[in-house]
Design a protein around this ligand. Structure first.
Ligand SMILES: C[S@@+](CC[C@H](N)C(=O)[O-])C[C@H]1O[C@@H](n2cnc3c(N)ncnc32)[C@H](O)[C@@H]1O
Length: 203
Protein backbone atom coordinates (compact mmCIF):
# COMPACT_ATOMS: atom_id res chain seq x y z
CA UNK A 1 0.00 0.00 0.00
CA UNK A 2 1.30 3.49 -0.85
CA UNK A 3 1.63 6.14 1.87
CA UNK A 4 1.76 9.91 1.72
CA UNK A 5 5.25 11.47 1.33
CA UNK A 6 5.37 13.11 4.76
CA UNK A 7 4.69 9.82 6.59
CA UNK A 8 7.36 8.10 4.53
CA UNK A 9 9.95 10.84 5.15
CA UNK A 10 9.18 10.87 8.88
CA UNK A 11 10.04 7.18 8.85
CA UNK A 12 13.14 7.79 6.73
CA UNK A 13 14.39 10.30 9.31
CA UNK A 14 13.98 7.66 12.05
CA UNK A 15 15.83 5.13 9.91
CA UNK A 16 18.66 7.61 9.13
CA UNK A 17 17.86 7.38 5.42
CA UNK A 18 18.26 11.18 5.24
CA UNK A 19 22.04 10.62 5.29
CA UNK A 20 21.68 8.45 2.18
CA UNK A 21 19.75 11.26 0.44
CA UNK A 22 22.48 13.72 1.39
CA UNK A 23 25.12 11.40 -0.07
CA UNK A 24 23.16 10.73 -3.27
CA UNK A 25 22.12 14.34 -3.90
CA UNK A 26 25.32 16.12 -2.86
CA UNK A 27 27.10 16.14 -6.19
CA UNK A 28 24.03 17.33 -8.15
CA UNK A 29 23.25 20.02 -5.57
CA UNK A 30 26.82 21.31 -5.57
CA UNK A 31 26.69 21.64 -9.36
CA UNK A 32 23.22 23.25 -9.26
CA UNK A 33 24.19 25.82 -6.68
CA UNK A 34 27.17 27.11 -8.65
CA UNK A 35 24.93 29.32 -10.82
CA UNK A 36 22.79 30.53 -7.90
CA UNK A 37 25.58 31.35 -5.45
CA UNK A 38 27.78 33.03 -8.03
CA UNK A 39 26.63 36.41 -6.73
CA UNK A 40 28.59 39.54 -6.06
CA UNK A 41 26.49 40.83 -3.19
CA UNK A 42 24.84 39.37 -0.10
CA UNK A 43 21.85 37.07 -0.49
CA UNK A 44 19.12 35.31 1.44
CA UNK A 45 18.25 31.67 0.75
CA UNK A 46 15.45 29.15 1.29
CA UNK A 47 15.77 25.39 0.87
CA UNK A 48 12.21 24.18 0.13
CA UNK A 49 11.97 20.60 1.42
CA UNK A 50 15.28 20.74 3.27
CA UNK A 51 15.27 17.20 4.75
CA UNK A 52 17.88 17.02 7.52
CA UNK A 53 19.17 20.51 6.66
CA UNK A 54 22.50 19.60 5.09
CA UNK A 55 22.20 22.25 2.33
CA UNK A 56 21.07 25.01 4.72
CA UNK A 57 23.94 24.18 7.06
CA UNK A 58 26.47 24.53 4.26
CA UNK A 59 24.99 27.62 2.55
CA UNK A 60 24.51 29.50 5.86
CA UNK A 61 28.28 29.34 6.41
CA UNK A 62 29.12 31.05 3.11
CA UNK A 63 30.39 34.60 3.67
CA UNK A 64 27.80 36.31 1.43
CA UNK A 65 24.82 34.42 2.85
CA UNK A 66 22.85 36.70 5.18
CA UNK A 67 20.20 34.14 6.08
CA UNK A 68 19.43 30.55 5.09
CA UNK A 69 16.06 29.01 5.99
CA UNK A 70 15.11 25.35 5.72
CA UNK A 71 11.43 24.38 5.40
CA UNK A 72 10.13 20.83 5.45
CA UNK A 73 6.77 19.19 6.12
CA UNK A 74 8.26 16.27 8.04
CA UNK A 75 8.45 16.97 11.77
CA UNK A 76 11.10 14.29 12.19
CA UNK A 77 13.29 15.76 9.43
CA UNK A 78 13.07 19.21 11.04
CA UNK A 79 13.83 17.83 14.52
CA UNK A 80 16.87 16.14 13.03
CA UNK A 81 17.97 19.29 11.20
CA UNK A 82 17.76 21.27 14.45
CA UNK A 83 19.80 18.63 16.24
CA UNK A 84 22.49 18.44 13.52
CA UNK A 85 22.61 22.22 13.07
CA UNK A 86 21.48 23.89 16.34
CA UNK A 87 22.26 27.41 15.10
CA UNK A 88 20.32 26.87 11.85
CA UNK A 89 16.90 28.30 11.02
CA UNK A 90 14.35 25.52 10.35
CA UNK A 91 10.58 25.54 10.01
CA UNK A 92 8.16 22.63 9.85
CA UNK A 93 5.42 23.52 7.36
CA UNK A 94 3.64 22.36 4.24
CA UNK A 95 5.28 24.20 1.37
CA UNK A 96 1.93 24.70 -0.34
CA UNK A 97 0.64 26.88 2.49
CA UNK A 98 3.76 28.47 4.05
CA UNK A 99 4.92 31.97 3.05
CA UNK A 100 8.18 33.57 4.25
CA UNK A 101 7.95 36.73 6.37
CA UNK A 102 10.45 38.42 4.04
CA UNK A 103 11.03 37.68 0.36
CA UNK A 104 14.43 36.12 -0.46
CA UNK A 105 17.02 36.14 -3.25
CA UNK A 106 17.31 32.40 -3.87
CA UNK A 107 14.87 29.51 -3.50
CA UNK A 108 16.51 26.13 -3.95
CA UNK A 109 14.85 22.71 -3.85
CA UNK A 110 16.20 19.22 -4.51
CA UNK A 111 13.97 16.20 -5.10
CA UNK A 112 10.81 17.70 -3.59
CA UNK A 113 8.45 19.36 -6.05
CA UNK A 114 6.92 16.24 -7.63
CA UNK A 115 5.60 15.24 -4.19
CA UNK A 116 3.61 18.44 -3.84
CA UNK A 117 -0.14 18.57 -4.27
CA UNK A 118 0.19 21.09 -7.12
CA UNK A 119 3.76 21.80 -8.32
CA UNK A 120 2.62 24.33 -10.90
CA UNK A 121 0.74 26.35 -8.27
CA UNK A 122 3.76 26.15 -5.95
CA UNK A 123 6.05 27.61 -8.63
CA UNK A 124 3.58 30.48 -9.10
CA UNK A 125 3.43 31.03 -5.34
CA UNK A 126 7.23 31.22 -5.14
CA UNK A 127 7.24 33.76 -7.94
CA UNK A 128 4.50 35.87 -6.31
CA UNK A 129 5.24 35.59 -2.59
CA UNK A 130 8.68 34.09 -1.88
CA UNK A 131 11.13 35.75 -4.27
CA UNK A 132 12.38 39.31 -4.48
CA UNK A 133 12.56 40.90 -7.91
CA UNK A 134 15.56 39.40 -9.76
CA UNK A 135 15.50 36.46 -7.34
CA UNK A 136 16.17 32.94 -8.60
CA UNK A 137 14.25 29.68 -8.30
CA UNK A 138 16.41 26.59 -8.76
CA UNK A 139 14.79 23.14 -8.79
CA UNK A 140 16.40 19.74 -9.13
CA UNK A 141 14.45 16.53 -9.82
CA UNK A 142 15.59 12.98 -10.49
CA UNK A 143 12.02 11.69 -11.02
CA UNK A 144 11.00 12.97 -14.46
CA UNK A 145 9.76 11.59 -17.74
CA UNK A 146 13.09 11.49 -19.62
CA UNK A 147 14.78 9.59 -16.75
CA UNK A 148 13.19 6.25 -17.57
CA UNK A 149 14.74 4.35 -14.63
CA UNK A 150 12.84 6.63 -12.23
CA UNK A 151 9.39 5.68 -13.56
CA UNK A 152 8.75 2.90 -11.00
CA UNK A 153 9.81 4.88 -7.91
CA UNK A 154 6.28 5.51 -6.71
CA UNK A 155 5.79 1.71 -6.54
CA UNK A 156 9.28 0.83 -5.30
CA UNK A 157 9.26 3.48 -2.54
CA UNK A 158 5.55 3.01 -1.72
CA UNK A 159 4.87 6.75 -1.98
CA UNK A 160 1.52 8.01 -3.26
CA UNK A 161 0.83 10.89 -5.57
CA UNK A 162 4.25 11.31 -7.24
CA UNK A 163 3.88 13.42 -10.37
CA UNK A 164 5.90 12.48 -13.43
CA UNK A 165 6.48 15.53 -15.64
CA UNK A 166 8.73 16.00 -18.67
CA UNK A 167 11.44 18.65 -18.95
CA UNK A 168 9.13 20.59 -21.28
CA UNK A 169 6.33 20.55 -18.70
CA UNK A 170 8.59 21.80 -15.89
CA UNK A 171 9.79 24.62 -18.17
CA UNK A 172 6.19 25.52 -19.03
CA UNK A 173 5.38 25.88 -15.30
CA UNK A 174 8.22 28.41 -14.97
CA UNK A 175 7.04 30.23 -18.09
CA UNK A 176 3.43 30.43 -16.95
CA UNK A 177 4.50 31.75 -13.55
CA UNK A 178 6.31 34.66 -15.24
CA UNK A 179 9.96 33.64 -14.82
CA UNK A 180 12.52 34.88 -17.34
CA UNK A 181 15.99 33.62 -18.32
CA UNK A 182 14.65 30.07 -17.87
CA UNK A 183 17.29 27.41 -18.31
CA UNK A 184 17.23 23.65 -17.88
CA UNK A 185 20.05 21.16 -17.95
CA UNK A 186 21.06 17.76 -16.59
CA UNK A 187 23.87 17.11 -14.13
CA UNK A 188 25.49 13.77 -13.31
CA UNK A 189 24.43 11.86 -16.43
CA UNK A 190 25.45 8.22 -16.63
CA UNK A 191 24.57 5.31 -18.88
CA UNK A 192 20.90 4.49 -18.08
CA UNK A 193 20.63 7.53 -15.82
CA UNK A 194 19.63 10.85 -17.38
CA UNK A 195 20.98 12.80 -14.41
CA UNK A 196 19.32 15.38 -12.19
CA UNK A 197 17.10 17.70 -14.22
CA UNK A 198 17.76 21.26 -13.09
CA UNK A 199 15.39 24.11 -13.95
CA UNK A 200 16.28 27.68 -13.12
CA UNK A 201 14.44 30.95 -13.64
CA UNK A 202 14.78 34.58 -12.62
CA UNK A 203 11.88 36.71 -11.37
C1 LIG B 1 13.56 13.23 -1.25
S1 LIG B 1 13.51 14.25 0.17
C2 LIG B 1 14.74 15.46 -0.22
C3 LIG B 1 15.28 16.17 0.99
C4 LIG B 1 16.43 17.13 0.72
N1 LIG B 1 16.06 18.13 -0.27
C5 LIG B 1 17.65 16.40 0.31
O1 LIG B 1 18.09 16.55 -0.85
O2 LIG B 1 18.23 15.65 1.13
C6 LIG B 1 11.98 15.13 -0.02
C7 LIG B 1 11.66 16.05 1.15
O3 LIG B 1 10.52 16.83 0.80
C8 LIG B 1 9.69 16.96 1.93
N2 LIG B 1 8.31 17.23 1.49
C9 LIG B 1 7.54 16.48 0.67
N3 LIG B 1 6.34 17.06 0.50
C10 LIG B 1 6.34 18.20 1.22
C11 LIG B 1 5.40 19.25 1.46
N4 LIG B 1 4.17 19.22 0.90
N5 LIG B 1 5.75 20.28 2.25
C12 LIG B 1 6.98 20.32 2.84
N6 LIG B 1 7.92 19.36 2.64
C13 LIG B 1 7.61 18.31 1.85
C14 LIG B 1 9.84 15.61 2.64
O4 LIG B 1 9.45 15.66 4.00
C15 LIG B 1 11.32 15.30 2.43
O5 LIG B 1 12.13 15.76 3.48
Amino acid sequence: MKRNPIDVFDEWADLDKDFGMEKNHKSSVEQMLVCALDKKGPYTFIDAGCGNGWVVKSVARKPLCKQAIGVDGSKKMIQKAMKLDPSGYYICADLMSWIPKKKVDIVHSMEVFYYLENPEKMIQKIFDSWLKKKGRLLLGVDFYFENKVSHNWSESCGISNMKLFSEKEWISFFNTAGFRSIKSWQVGRLKNWSGTLVISGIK
